[in-house]
Ligand binder design. Structure first.
Ligand SMILES: [Zn+2]
Length: 102
């Protein structure tokens, strides 16, 4: 895969989108960061998976679907428990005493 080795020119974040169609599952979508920049620990690759079997694509659900997409992208950008301990402070130092409370 081209992006795996070379990344994408002039991009800061690459998001892969995939889907499943499983109405027996309970989730609409999930997302995660897949790779962090070693220099600043910021996400540079992420993945969003939509469960088409649980989504409603009628026009009146458009905004809900946008909200779901934004929500999932925020997980990639850092609002995710496994990334909290990679946050850095204004000096570029890793934050300590990160509390993850689910
Ligand atoms: Zn979520």
């Amino acid at each position: 895969m081209k992006f795996k080795e070379t990344g994408e020119k002039d991009s800061d974040l690459l998001i892969f989108i995939e889907s499943e169609n499983d109405p027996s599952e309970s989730y609409l979508a999930y997302a995660t960061s897949c790779k962090l920049d070693y220099s600043n620990l910021r996400p540079i690759v992420g993945l969003v998976n939509f469960n088409l079997g649980k989504m409603d694509f009628s026009p009146e659900k458009f905004e809900e679907n946008v909200d779901t997409t934004v929500h999932e992208i925020l997980h990639i950008l850092g609002m995710s428990g496994h990334l909290f301990n990679t946050f850095i402070d204004e000096n570029g130092d890793k934050r300590t005493n990160v509390i993850v409370n689910w």
